[in-house]
Design a protein around this ligand. Sequence first.
Ligand code: DAH
Length: 343
Amino acid sequence: MEQLRIQIEQYEKEIENAIVSTKDELEAFRIKYLGTKGLVKSIMGEMKNVPADQKKMAGFMLNEFKISVENKFEELKSAVGEDSGEIIGTVDYSLPGDDLPLGTRHPISIVQNKIMSIFQTLGFAVAEGPEIEDDWHNFSALNLPENHPARDMQDTFYLNEDPAWLLRTHTSSVQIREMQKGKLPLRIICPGRVYRNETISARAHCFFNQVEGLYIAENVSFADLKQTLYFFVQEMFGQDVKVRFRPSYFPFTEPSAEMDISCLICGGSGCNVCKKTGWVEILGSGMVHPKVLENCGIDSNKYTGFAFGMGVERITMLKYDVKDLRLFSENDIRFLNQFKAAY
Ligand code: DAH
């Protein structure tokens, strides 16, 4: 009898501490303690060994035990909940939470933000424009009238519904929108996505990002253009990078120049990235064509300006030695994770 009492006390402790979090665990509890071969039944079976004079006391004890097990079962049942099978009442809210893995900024965003902040230190403001553009803002106003051969330089996606509308092929269209507002002097950079009907490869994509720059005031000169872009390159790639300007052609600038930097991969000695020349092109630029100023209602006798445009993917590829443009739009976490420390 004494042994039975000790045993029951032990079981009571065990049951008191029992926790279940799912319906399956609840059922396991029921089978273990209240099932036909469960503990309560088997302890009841002990009654036959209890001496006759103690049976009454033992019966009382066992009954109490059975009731407490049944009560505990009801308590656990309501904690687990009827339908969900999920933990409802037995969560320990004091436990520390699981770490939420933080994402990383996309390399294009990192570089675009860096470009913007460099120009912002020079007093350039950020301006944005629409990705669906009309022919005038994307081409005509930029001195590319209809049938101008330079329109072929950029394969354009026109809208099926109305071919007067297109997906902008460059962010130069934002220049026009800002100049039209008529607030001078004007010093802006325009980041944004652009679209061209190109076959997708390691070096080309049908969409990519550009940052356009524009500075219009009285007496802006080509020297201002050179110094601004030189400052940009040094901030972006470091003090040791060399710069060179090559004469070029863009309908919206005159004179026009493309800017190269010394190859970051080989340091200028010649490699595959720079095609053995030691130089890589990073942007187009020039003095805003007087016709473009006039198209936007700006007096080209009073005002001059410079403009430039660069591809963000290209700068990113050079900065981080990325060899395939397609990586930027594939969302491969193994690629993106490498930029954790970059901002
Ligand atoms: N819009 C040109 C392009 O997409 C880039 C460019 C060149 C922009 C010269 C300019 C510029 O503002 O002056 O290829």
